[in-house]
Design a protein around this ligand. Structure first.
Ligand code: F6P
Length: 373
């Protein structure tokens, strides 16, 4: 096989495991194949502004365990809705043609795009325009349907579970209600899985609108069983029945609105309704930082190696994915068709309910023998 030249970029919000995947791409492209790898800085922004550098084995030494991305990233860089300042005014233009030009100018045989939902969608559109793209799914939100799991999610789940564990002891000591707000955008995976793993009493997720009175009932039912403290996990995208999500910032050209604030709202409403001392902890970007778990390192590494294999085999316009025990590749178009949400009637929600966790629609069991105490 001829010596190829490939680019790699990270787009969207960062997550643990990005460096592990960059390392895997560089090592497998260099090692067995002797290819050249260009690292593009700060996502599509770097591609448009000529910020790419050669990545060799030395550049990826020691980065396996590092959080973040050595390439930098941006979740405001959509080339199809690119803000430019002209005569002091911001205009939104379609810069996708320039991206294609830059890929040609850099003589890239393939561009490996590591991103979440938004970045992969951009990759898919560029691929439709003829760009040689291979996608790798990353996000703490775990909301990409073509893969069983995205890397970054496990580390976020561990961070959230550890936080819930710590809040348990202080909740119990002070007989308080502790509300924990997790990230995840419109998907409740982090909240639900850390809530189950951490033994939460109520878990509110975007997929199941909640009723405050049910959460109140669950807290009071626990108190009558001699447990005057509760842990309520609230996904940032959760909302009450008939209500709307809470945003910190509206969206804009090429960027999504920023969710956040529902945890405090729930905490205030619970304090008022129960008269109990209530505190809110917002986990925020802690969930995106730190050393990736071994699971995330392994998955990221397997994804990186598979992406290089896809390029070698000429399977472009694809995204690598985990299905059961295997890493496979699927057409990018299929990968971004539908976001992956928590199925409200799925096994995970059923398991939570069986344990006595209230999902905010139906109170947990009043039977003292049932439920997590
Ligand atoms: O998509 C990852 C994510 O961390 C979401 O869970 C969260 O809503 C969003 O990004 C936060 O974005 P930002 O880093 O712009 O605050």
């Amino acid at each position: 096989m001829s010596r190829l030249r490939i680019g790699v970029l990270t787009g969207g919000g960062d997550c643990p495991g990005l460096n592990a995947v960059i390392r895997a791409v560089v090592l497998s492209a260099h090692g067995g194949l002797g290819w050249e790898v260009l690292g593009v800085q700060d996502g599509f922004d770097g591609l448009l502004h000529d910020r790419a550098r050669a990545l060799g084995r030395e550049d990826v030494r020691g980065i396996l365990t590092l959080g973040g991305t050595i390439l930098g990233t941006s979740n405001r860089g959509n080339p199809f809705a690119w803000p430019v300042v002209r005569n002091g005014r911001t205009e939104v233009v379609d810069a996708s043609g320039e991206v294609i030009e830059r890929i040609r100018a850099l003589a890239l045989d393939a561009l490996i795009v590591i991103g979440g939902d938004g970045t992969l969608r951009i990759g898919e559109r560029l691929s439709q325009m003829g760009a040689p793209i291979v996608g790798i799914p990353k996000t703490i939100d775990n909301d990409i349907s073509a893969t069983d799991i995205t890397f970054g999610f496990d580390t976020a789940r561990v961070t959230a579970t550890e936080a819930i564990d710590k809040l348990h002891s202080t909740a119990e000591s002070h007989h308080r209600v502790m509300v924990v707000e997790t990230m995840g955008r419109n998907a409740g995976w982090i909240a639900l899985e850390s809530g189950i793993a951490g033994g939460a009493n109520s878990v509110l997720i975007p997929e199941i609108p909640y009723r405050l009175e049910v959460v109140v009932e669950t807290i009071e039912a626990r108190a009558t069983r001699g447990r005057p403290f509760s842990i309520v996990v609230v996904a940032e995208g959760a909302h009450p029945v008939g209500g709307t999500q809470v945003y910190r910032e509206p969206g804009g050209p090429g960027r999504l609105p920023r969710l956040g604030g529902i945890g405090q709202q729930v905490a205030d409403a619970l304090a008022e309704a129960t008269g109990r001392e209530t505190r809110c902890t917002v986990l925020g970007h802690l969930q995106r930082g730190g050393t990736p778990t071994p699971f995330d390192r392994l998955l990221a590494t397997r994804f990186g190696v598979r992406a290089v294999e896809c390029v070698a085999a000429g399977r472009l316009g694809t995204m690598v994915a985990l299905r059961g025990p295997s890493v496979i590749d699927v057409p990018l178009a299929d990968a971004v068709a539908e976001p992956k949400r928590v199925p409200p009637d799925g096994e995970l929600v059923r398991a939570a309910r069986e344990l006595g966790i209230s999902m905010g629609d139906v109170a947990g069991p009043a039977d003292p023998a049932a439920g997590l105490l």
